[in-house]
Design a protein around this ligand. Structure first.
Ligand SMILES: NC(=O)C1=CN([C@@H]2O[C@H](COP(=O)(O)OP(=O)(O)OC[C@H]3O[C@@H](n4cnc5c(N)ncnc54)[C@H](O)[C@@H]3O)[C@@H](O)[C@H]2O)[C@@H](O)CC1
Ligand SMILES: Nc1ncnc2c1ncn2[C@@H]1O[C@H](COP(=O)(O)OP(=O)(O)O)[C@@H](O)[C@H]1O
Ligand SMILES: [K+]
Length: 481
């Protein structure tokens, strides 16, 4: 599991650790790790040209000490002091003592930026708010436009560490070297789009961090542990049946795609309810097609309702059931929060940003700019597990003290019509197989994103390709066992 901690939690852990170390030791530890990563990126340190963008806080201090290490190994280092007179004093003395130079934001700074091999972005870290200040914007742009490798110190400057929002201009990095722990902003878009490759430097913070992080991202091993393997005595009923309520005369394909996902999700069988029966059977003869309404269909262990659905009794019937229910797409638009909260079995909502905005009575752009707050707010209001789809898929449970899951797989090729239908069926199938709602949603997103990467392989994909690659994704996670 990859874990991320909020700013106050990281600061508290740093204080506790610092209390046990000599003055300045922690910053020097961070800077040594940072310098080592830079040395690796440069290949040859001696004679290389480095520029440090130095803000007024400790983030600038890290950059200055790292610059001093590299200057001692023969790099030519210039430090652009963005807040003249307020740069970290110890760090600046170390850099000057090692032969580095301090620059103001005049012409020489721009000449050095243009010729640099590597730029260290030490403008702001966890203390930065509100995007880059106006005076930091021109040198940040010059750094980005030069041919240099841009290495962000702790975080790309201008992004919010705590929630991944970007409230102004930020400096896009090629590599981000972060200290002690991931912060949510390194994992969640839009900020995550600024990090480049993220390298974590261990500064000994681990024992001082709480057990429960703010956010977490499943890794292959976590998913492998959760995936079921049918036992010898399994039968289709013990493995769980998933009911899919999807499709309409206007969108018959949604039924096929949702069933395609459901058949690959671990349930022992898929029961389909809706007008798309002939289309579903033509493609997937193993589907159990029920005429009539969900209430009249046989028993299932979970329902997935919504993709391509026209108005009908489907949603009310499944909400009234006593099994886990996943609600997607059009079914979300008419959803009554009180009816969801009153359910005794778990409910999973899977909105994209537009549907999330409708659930919150907000604008789509607000949801996209503040994904973490949006997913938590919907989960709290509806008393449900929420999977917010999009560039970074997030999963939040209704309890506020449980970490939000950030999906690390996926590809922007997934932004194609119908791919969400596959995800609904797949996640419903995991619910029927007995997964807890947060696990079903996060494992569903993980396998779906991985299948999409395998299917796309650098080229456009169609939603049914994602469904077809789900078995390969499953095998990729379990090692084929
Ligand atoms: N506390 C510690 O022991 C450690 C801290 N470390 C570093 O210290 C950083 C945190 O340092 P600080 O708390 O001093 O905060 P930062 O250095 O991240 O930023 C705060 C400073 O930037 C200014 N600032 C805020 N928003 C700005 C904006 N939008 N544009 C320009 N300037 C802005 C503030 O006026 C303040 O002076 C971490 O991110 C990490 O890099 C590391 O050295 C590891 C150890
Ligand atoms: N930019 C993106 N990067 C990664 N994944 C994306 C992006 N945009 C959409 N997706 C994913 O693609 C799927 C689209 O689902 P959805 O919006 O419901 O589409 P549809 O209703 O057409 O099926 C979701 O899994 C979502 O997370
Ligand atoms: K930074």
């Amino acid at each position: 599991m990859r874990t991320a901690y909020g700013v106050e939690t990281v600061r508290a852990a740093e204080r506790a650790l610092m209390a046990e170390l000599p003055e300045g030791a922690l910053m020097r530890r961070a800077a040594a790790g940072l310098a080592a990563v830079c040395a690796g990126l440069l290949g040859r340190v001696y004679g290389s040209r480095l520029v440090l963008l130095v803000g007024s806080g400790d983030n600038g201090g890290d950059a200055l000490y790292a610059g001093a290490y590299l200057a001692r190994r023969g790099a030519r280092v210039g430090a652009v002091l963005l807040a003249a007179g307020r740069a970290h004093a110890g760090g600046l003395a170390a850099l000057l003592g090692a032969g580095g130079r301090a620059l103001d934001t005049g012409a020489e700074a721009y000449a050095q930026l243009a010729a640099a091999d590597l730029v260290l972005d030490g403008i702001t870290g966890i203390g930065g708010h509100g995007g880059l200040r106006p005076d930091a914007v021109p040198p940040a742009r010059a750094a980005r436009e030069s041919g240099a490798v841009v290495v962000a110190v702790d975080l790309p400057s201008g992004v919010e560490a705590g929630d991944g929002t970007v409230r102004g201009e930020a400096l896009r990095a090629d590599v981000t070297v972060t200290f002690g722990a991931y912060k949510p902003g390194l994992l969640i878009d839009p900020a995550a789009g600024y990090t480049g490759a993220v390298r974590l430097v261990d500064i000994g913070l681990g024992p001082y961090l709480p057990d429960v992080p703010e956010a977490e991202a499943l890794q292959h091993a976590d998913v492998a542990r959760l995936l079921p393997v049918p036992a010898g005595e399994s039968d289709k009923y013990r493995r769980g049946l998933v009911g899919v309520v999807a499709g309409s005369a206007k969108y018959p394909g949604a039924a096929v795609l949702a069933v395609a996902g459901a058949l690959r999700g671990g349930a022992g069988g898929v029961r389909y309810v809706g007008p798309g029966g002939p289309a579903v059977l033509a493609r997937f003869p193993e589907t159990l097609v029920s005429e009539g309404t969900p209430a009249e269909a046989g028993r299932v262990q979970a329902w997935a309702v919504g993709p391509g659905l026209a108005e009908g009794p489907g949603l009310d019937d499944v909400l009234a059931s006593d099994v886990p229910v996943l609600i997607d797409a059009d079914a979300l638009r008419t959803l009554d929060a009180a009816a969801v909260r009153a359910r005794t079995a778990p409910t999973v909502l899977t909105p994209h940003a537009g549907e999330a905005a409708a659930l919150l009575g907000a604008e789509r752009a607000e949801v996209e700019a503040g994904r973490l707050a949006a997913v938590r707010e919907i989960a709290a209001r509806y008393g449900a597990t929420v999977l917010l789809k999009g560039s970074t898929t997030l999963v939040a449970g209704p309890a506020p003290d449980v970490p939000v899951r950030v999906n690390p797989t996926g590809t922007s090729w997934l932004a194609t019509a119908g791919s969400g239908d596959v995800l609904s069926g797949l996640t419903g199938s995991l619910l029927a197989a007995g997964f807890a709602p947060r696990d079903a949603a996060s494992v569903g997103a993980y396998l779906h994103g991985l299948a999409a990467r395998l299917a796309a392989d650098g080229a456009p994909l169609a939603a049914h390709d994602v469904a077809d690659h789900l078995p390969a994704a499953w095998r990729n996670v379990t090692g084929g066992a």
